[in-house]
Design a protein around this ligand. Sequence first.
Ligand code: ZN
Ligand code: ZN
Length: 87
Amino acid sequence: MYNVIGNLIVLWREAWLKPLYDSDIGSDFCNFCKRRFNELDFVTSCEFCEIGIIHTTCSDKHILNSHKKEILNKIESQRDRRLHDYQ
Ligand SMILES: [Zn+2]
Ligand SMILES: [Zn+2]
C-alpha cells in the first residue's frame, strides 16, 4: 500500500480488551461481513467512519480498502510528530 523503496510500514493498532454486551453493540451482526458474532469474538469499530461494530479481522480489510487516504495522512502526521520530538 505505502511503498517507499526499502521501507516497510506496518500499522500498530493499540488494542485492549473491553467486554461489550448485546445491548452495547446493538446488533448480533458484523456490519462489514454481515455474519453473526460468535459467543466470544474480537470486535472493534472503525476510527475513520461510523460503520459500527465489526470483527477485528474485518476492520483490517475495511480500513485498507476504504480509508487508504486517511492511513497515509496518519502516517505522515506521525512522521511529523516524531521529527518534532527530537527538536
Ligand atoms: Zn465481520
Ligand atoms: Zn471506516
